[in-house]
Design a protein around this ligand. Sequence first.
Ligand SMILES: NC(=O)C1=CN([C@@H]2O[C@H](COP(=O)(O)OP(=O)(O)OC[C@H]3O[C@@H](n4cnc5c(N)ncnc54)[C@H](OP(=O)(O)O)[C@@H]3O)[C@@H](O)[C@H]2O)C=CC1
Ligand SMILES: O=C(O)C1=N[C@H](C(=O)O)C[C@H](O)C1
Length: 271
Amino acid sequence: MKLVVVGAAGRMGRTLIRIVAETPGMVLTGAVEREGAAEIGADAGLLAGLEANDVKVTDDPLPAFAKADGVLDFTSPAATLQFSELAAQARIVHVIGTTGIGPEEETRIEAAARHAPVIKSGNMSLGVNLLAVLVREAAKALDDDFDIEVLEMHHRHKVDAPSGTALLLGQAAAEGRGIDLAQHSVRVRDGHTGARERGDIGFATLRGGSVIGEHSVVLAGEGEVIELTHKAGDRTIFARGAAKAALWGRAKKPGLYSMADVLGLNKEQDR
Ligand SMILES: NC(=O)C1=CN([C@@H]2O[C@H](COP(=O)(O)OP(=O)(O)OC[C@H]3O[C@@H](n4cnc5c(N)ncnc54)[C@H](OP(=O)(O)O)[C@@H]3O)[C@@H](O)[C@H]2O)C=CC1
Ligand SMILES: O=C(O)C1=N[C@H](C(=O)O)C[C@H](O)C1
């Protein structure tokens, strides 16, 4: 499978280039960065700490997409929107790891997914997607005597909050409870907030240092607290998930899919 990595010079972009190089059945055919980026023209292999691979970083996605089967995209919401339209035109698989995507952009990505397979998830790791299944089950088993709070910590460079993973876990909890997350989520608390509303799902965000990504869902009842936690030790867990998603998506019809679809976890949930 011929793949393009967009945002090639980023933290995830460099990790993805390494994972593509070591994944059987995959080859890197394009590496795209933002216009004016210092890495334009650089060898993508060297950029990722590998041997030179003769793929030069470009700021022109169109020719790269035209000769590829898929694109791995961990960039920014604006860039992802642009790439989703180009991937749809080229009819190639678009794997989206970018977080912080708003409702308007979401609608346009759904439109692009009518023309090509799109796999999108706030977290591409096996562990977090399994955690979401556990959270859904826990929220279903316990009534709203148990207050649900989602905690996350990430490195100091992260620009969006709550994290895509925190929102994914909050959504799983809301589904387990049979409620609409938008109606019950509390994203900020400051000053005299009043007592906690029964049934709310709270979010708390920490930023600092080089933390790759840590998430906990806390279910707090009278006299007992349950904590479900995932800690990412390495960005390769996300990149391996993205590579798996691309290979899976190649055989799929156009549509918007999740990492739970790729991992077969939605079937478990439907049983
Ligand atoms: N779903 C998941 O499993 C995961 C998701 N993420 C998400 O992935 C995204 C990227 O994270 P991370 O790698 O840490 O961020 P980085 O800032 O390190 O990387 C993003 C890269 O994309 C580049 N970029 C931005 N706009 C464009 C464009 N128009 N064309 C080409 N390249 C562009 C950036 O360039 P510049 O610096 O010049 O802006 C940068 O090099 C975030 O949204 C993050 O939350 C991260 C890890 C896992
Ligand atoms: O920005 C990051 O780094 C990460 N972003 C994703 C998120 O928003 O949840 C996934 C992972 O936690 C790392």
